[in-house]
Design a binder for this molecule. Structure first.
Ligand code: UDX
Ligand code: UDX
Length: 479
């Protein structure tokens, strides 16, 4: 069978951009992205897409209405498709067995049940959502247990490696595409069909095929390795602050070794995002279920180090401000979990904001892409506060960095947005209370220049002298 129609269940950060790029690269394939949320689909069909992703508007603009469609008609989407991606969310379970760690597969399961009910003919079902190892088997069990004559299924695992903020480039110029399938002639044939879709723009040598479980585990492993590098450099940032070493210099020296490589060694306030924590917790839970407690403890430490980093940074802010922030006005620059996205899932900014609010601070928050309603939703969530009405009184959202910082005691920078490097800090300093503090949680500012202006500066992984010093050699900071 040659793939002519693709349906994707789940129009989120993964499903939307992935299918938009498939539509762009395969003009002969009709791609329909379906979602149970009417609001989300309406946004995908409007001028203001539901997610901010550089380059996405252009791709959607080129394909929407031609071979790319967004719809709430899940039934027709499934019925007509040769190949179905499951891209629904797989949150961490909040109750029952595996609470707080295991992936909740209820949405994947309901997608599989829907396919079992509706599908006719041969279908290739592809898990795109990150799932625990052997989830494909569960999907297959559901599909085969509800088997109807004339319908046959192949399940593939095709995990997504895109990072938010660079999703379009990651999809168009993917390092690799991974496809896992059943080790049988039918399984191989299904893998081949999906290969043919990606081969339109990805060199065949970069399309890796494996068995299903290797593919599922590779996704968890890739995220665990990436997060581990951040926790490793963050652990050393604490040593740097205590010794006078500079973590950027250490990262540069370490990363110069081609066996180690220079990427993902940027010390920070901590990693966030929808995947790292969730996937590692999932890996830890799987290891415990497999009676591998040592392996579970090893990976758990990556999460624990991240929690430590977020707490350490928040504690540093409070300590520096004479051990109390009660009623102090603090500007928070950046709320997204990284630059170039409006996504706040697991953002370290939430942790920092919660700690400062618990200590009685008044927050002035500005992020270039996060909506006000999202910030308020995150900070009034039951996991953050029992008193949402207090939060609303203590948090104000601003539309630019200058008004957010005006009349504040301190600036806490949580996201590495480029525009924060280009701000006029002389002007900001003039509008602030004195002494004016700045805490750079991303190590992106020119700390010496800020000190010369008069700021008291603190950052990650570097002990800064209180007085202004001339720009140090080898410093990578810029402004
Ligand atoms: C999510 C996970 O975060 C990621 O780990 C996984 O690999 C893929 O799913 P993301 O696309 O970022 O990634 O999730 P989200 O933006 O929440 O999108 C999921 C979409 O699925 C939502 O729009 C939701 O409405 C939709 N959905 C969910 C359905 O259409 N049907 C369901 O039953 C459940
Ligand atoms: C990640 C993976 O990179 C991607 O392959 C996978 O499919 C989904 O999860 P994402 O979470 O979108 O993507 O962003 P990523 O760029 O990996 O950043 C995750 C977090 O780590 C961010 O909070 C970022 O600021 C932080 N980070 C990243 C650092 O603190 N230091 C670094 O050196 C790199």
């Amino acid at each position: 069978m040659a793939i002519k129609k693709i349906c994707c269940i789940g129009a989120g950060y993964v499903g939307g951009p992935t299918c938009s790029v498939i539509a762009l690269k395969c003009s002969d394939i009709t791609v329909t992205v379906v979602d149970k949320s009417k609001e989300r689909i309406a946004q995908w069909n409007s001028e203001k897409l539901p997610i901010y992703e550089p380059g996405l508007d252009e791709v959607v603009g080129k394909c929407r209405g031609k071979n790319l469609f967004f719809s709430t008609d899940i039934e027709t989407g499934i019925k007509e498709a040769d190949l179905i991606f499951i891209s629904v969310n797989t949150p961490t379970k909040t109750f029952g067995n595996g609470r707080g760690r295991a992936a909740d597969l209820k949405y994947v399961e309901s997608a599989a049940r829907m396919i079992a009910e509706i599908a006719t003919g041969d279908k290739i079902v592809v898990e795109k959502s990150t799932v625990p190892v052997r989830a494909a088997e569960s999907i297959l069990n559901i599909l085969r247990a509800n088997h109807r004559p004339g319908v046959s299924y192949q399940i593939l695992s095709n995990p997504e490696f895109l990072a938010e903020g660079t999703a379009i480039d990651d999809l168009v110029n993917a390092d690799r595409v991974l496809i896992g399938g059943e080790n049988s002639p039918e399984g191989h044939a299904a893998i081949e069909e999906l290969c043919k879709v990606y081969e339109r723009w990805i060199p065949r040598a970069n399309i890796l095929t494996t068995n299903t479980w290797s593919s599922e585990l590779s996704k968890l492993a890739a995220n665990a390795f990436l997060a581990q590098r951040i926790s490793s450099i963050n652990s050393l940032s604490a040593v740097c602050e205590a010794t006078g070493a500079d973590v950027s210099e250490v990262a540069r020296a370490v990363g110069w070794d081609s066996r180690i490589g220079s990427k993902f060694l940027q010390a920070s306030v901590g990693f966030g995002g929808s995947c790292f924590q969730k996937d590692i917790l999932n890996l830890v839970y799987i290891c415990e279920c497999l009676n591998l407690p040592e392996v579970a403890a090893y990976w758990q430490q990556v999460i624990d180090m991240n929690e430590y980093q977020k707490s350490r940074f928040s504690a540093k802010v409070i300590e520096s401000l004479f051990n109390t922030v009660t009623d102090k006005q603090i500007a928070m620059l950046g709320f997204a979990f990284k630059k170039n996205t409006g996504d706040t899932r697991e953002s370290p900014a939430i942790h920092v904001a919660k700690t400062l609010l618990d200590e009685g601070a008044k927050l002035h928050i500005y992020d270039p892409k996060v909506e006000e309603s999202q910030i308020m939703e995150d900070l009034t969530h039951p996991s953050v506060t029992d008193h949402p009405e207090n939060i609303k009184r203590h948090v104000s959202i601003y539309r630019d960095a200058y008004s957010a910082t005006k009349d504040t005691h301190a600036i806490v920078l949580c996201t590495e947005w480029d525009e924060f490097m280009a701000l006029d800090y002389e002007k900001i300093y003039a509008g602030m209370m004195k002494p004016a503090y700045i805490f750079d949680g991303r190590k992106i500012l020119d700390h010496n220049a800020l000190q010369r202006i008069g700021f008291i500066v603190q950052t990650i992984g570097k002990k800064l002298a209180r007085t202004a010093v001339s720009r140090s050699w080898g410093s990578q900071s810029q402004m």
